[in-house]
Design a protein around this ligand. Structure first.
Ligand code: AR6
Length: 204
């Protein structure tokens, strides 16, 4: 009951998740925590060391437990002794997470936009999608890569994220049936929603 409103109960408007269809693939834009997503894979906005950090990376390693870091250490030793370059992606199990897999990618650090950041960010999304597809994964969740500690403006990054996903699923046969963008803040959610609506027109 609202104070001073007698029997009037508050009404909470719950915003439905925004969903689009691109051919057979469903694209969802939701607000939430990437670590709690029930998609088969979630994507980590990692750094080159693959040994954890803050933001999404810290949250995933905290929630997923030591198994993920052990697998990352093995990948470093066997394949990327000098660190995973920005734009590349690798896969581990999901440890204690709901998701079966974590796909780790390293986004570009924003340096003003004239240092090839856009191309690298596009590579992040495309390489994550290709890796997931190659493993026969049917559903995956992305955070907004590079727009936290790495300082990429969310509008520009969101446009690249949404366009790269649309381009990927429109241009080839894919195992993926559901791709979800998980935004942590309301402003970021609104930005991704507006970009998706502009790129895809009417939502479901
Ligand atoms: N779920 C979904 N989104 C989140 C979560 C979460 N639990 N936590 C933060 N975000 P960031 P980057 C949002 O910094 O910019 C790490 O230290 C956040 O609000 O996680 O690629 C790594 O080790 C922002 O919008 O990733 C690297 O060193 C977005 O996720 C570096 O940060 C990305 O923020 C990578 O920086």
């Amino acid at each position: 009951m609202l104070a001073g409103c007698g029997e009037i109960k508050p009404v909470y408007w719950i915003q439905p998740d925004m969903r689009f269809k691109i051919g057979r693939v469903e694209l969802e834009i939701v607000r939430g925590d990437i670590t709690t997503q029930g998609t088969e894979a979630i994507v980590n906005a990692a750094n080159s060391s693959l040994m954890g950090g803050g933001g999404v990376d810290g949250a995933i390693h905290r929630a997923g437990g030591p198994k993920i870091k052990d697998e990352c250490a093995k990948i470093r030793n066997e394949s990327w002794p000098d660190g995973l370059p920005a734009g590349k992606a690798v896969i581990t199990s999901g440890g204690n997470l709901k998701a079966d897999f974590v796909i780790h990618t390293v986004g570009p650090v924003w340096r003003g936009g004239n240092s090839g950041e856009g191309r690298v960010l596009e590579n992040c999304y495309r390489n994550c999608l290709e890796l997931a597809d190659g493993e026969g994964i049917g559903s995956m969740s992305f955070p907004s890569i590079s727009t936290g500690a790495y300082g990429y403006p969310v509008c520009e990054a969101g446009r690249i994220a949404v366009r790269t996903v649309i381009e990927y699923v429109s241009s080839k046969e894919t195992h993926l049936e559901k791709i979800r963008f998980v935004l942590y803040s309301e402003p970021d959610l609104k930005t991704y929603e507006a970009i998706s609506e502009k790129e895809l027109g009417r939502r479901l």
